[in-house]
Design a binder for this molecule. Structure first.
Ligand code: BMA
Length: 372
């Protein structure tokens, strides 16, 4: 074993300083929130966590989660020519729960993500279906956001925060999702030959531990963005505090041909609740994007995000800036982990001349210890 060890006082101390890019990563639209309950053509409690897509005719379509005053959610489409205002909202729910045929939807459907799939010439809408067993992942295909072909549950509870990748890998479709299991609430990827039967499940990004902003619970936000450097993924980290959870956003990059391989992961969060409309609402301190559109320049992003489980907001950014930020601000946890916090066996550097057989490492993150 290539084990090396350094006594704790020789572990290099690195000061953490987040490196800035020239532009802020996301700029909030001044007219936020862009959609609220009062815009709705029928009575609802709140509208948030919208999937987004640019349609062939140039319109932006948001498939919003609308919560009625029973507390149950359905999906409703809003269309706009500029993706900012002038929203035309369907006069009735666009995709409503259908618990008679799909009992897994008895407590509503939530948090959609849309992927256009060229091979199918259809949009894949992946959403959370909620019933007694907890939240699960369901899939429907559509060409027009008017009629939907439902596939039912594709990942059983407890699972959510899912999106389909737009093409096959080695002949198989790939789905990112977030099951909650005894090993934690991590992001997984699973594969399928036909969108019905899923297997080859693997963890693709783990929640960190301890004091990190994304400790214990993470999940995919909007569908991954394909860039020349890899799949750019915006994910949320949930920080548990004495007064509730804080939902913030981080970045990671995955290999284009092997999307389960993480190339980079940001150290800090890059966007979090700051504006009043993000901090206060039905659920305080939540920013929760489920979709984005990319501009004609191939770089500018409109990120659509739910705020405080109450309304929909917009922030604009640039793919180039996100990738540069990730280049400057990744890998810190991996470096620290290698040196002193593995929690069991160690890969830390051995001091010169030390015999491997005499060395053990404390298993409590206290650093190295030499037993003789
Ligand atoms: C998550 C999801 C989201 C919600 C968030 C904050 O678990 O249920 O729909 O926005 O919690 O309440």
């Amino acid at each position: 074993m290539n084990t090396k060890l350094v006594p704790p006082n020789r572990v290099p101390r690195e000061a953490h300083v987040e490196k800035q890019t020239e532009l802020p990563l996301f700029i909030r639209y001044l007219g936020n929130p862009i959609l609220t309950q009062s815009d709705w053509p029928y009575p609802i409690n709140s509208v948030f966590n919208a999937a987004a897509v640019k349609l062939i005719d140039g319109d932006t379509l948001l498939l919003c989660r609308a919560e009625d005053r029973r507390g149950l959610s359905h999906l409703c489409a809003a269309r706009s020519a500029n993706g900012i205002d002038g929203w035309r909202i369907d006069s009735l729910p666009t995709l409503a729960p259908n618990p008679r045929e799909y009992p897994e939807e008895i407590w509503g459907i939530e948090d959609p993500r849309i992927t256009y799939v060229p091979e199918l010439e259809q949009y894949a809408v992946v959403y959370t279906s909620f019933a007694r067993g907890g939240p699960g992942v369901s899939l429907a295909l559509t060409k027009d956001f008017k009629s939907f072909e439902r596939y039912g549950v594709i990942m059983q509870p407890e699972d959510k925060d899912a999106a389909l990748l737009p093409r096959k890998f080695g002949g198989l479709w790939a789905l990112i999702h977030r099951p909650v299991t005894t090993v934690g609430a991590h992001m997984w990827i699973s594969y399928s030959p036909d969108l019905h039967y899923w297997g080859d499940h693997k963890i693709m990004l783990e929640a960190r531990r301890g004091g990190w902003w994304d400790a214990n619970k993470i999940g995919l936000c909007s569908p991954p963005i394909e860039t020349a450097k890899g799949w750019l993924v915006i994910y949320h980290g949930v920080r548990q505090t004495a007064s509730g959870s804080i939902y913030r956003l981080g970045l990671a990059l995955f290999d284009l041909e092997n999307p389960e391989v993480c190339l980079r992961r940001g150290n800090s969060w890059m966007f979090g609740p700051e504006a009043a409309y993000e901090r206060v609402g039905d659920v305080n301190d939540v920013v929760f994007p489920c979709g984005q559109t990319i501009g004609a320049d191939g770089d500018s992003i409109n990120l659509y995000y739910g705020v405080a489980d109450s309304a929909v907001a917009l922030a604009t950014g640039s793919i180039r800036s996100l990738l540069s930020w990730l280049d400057l601000n990744s890998g810190e946890e991996e470096r620290m982990t290698r040196v002193r916090d593995r929690g069991h066996a160690s890969e830390v550097d051995l001091p010169p001349g030390t015999e491997e057989g005499k060395i053990r490492v404390s298993d409590r993150g206290r650093g190295a210890r030499i037993d003789d």
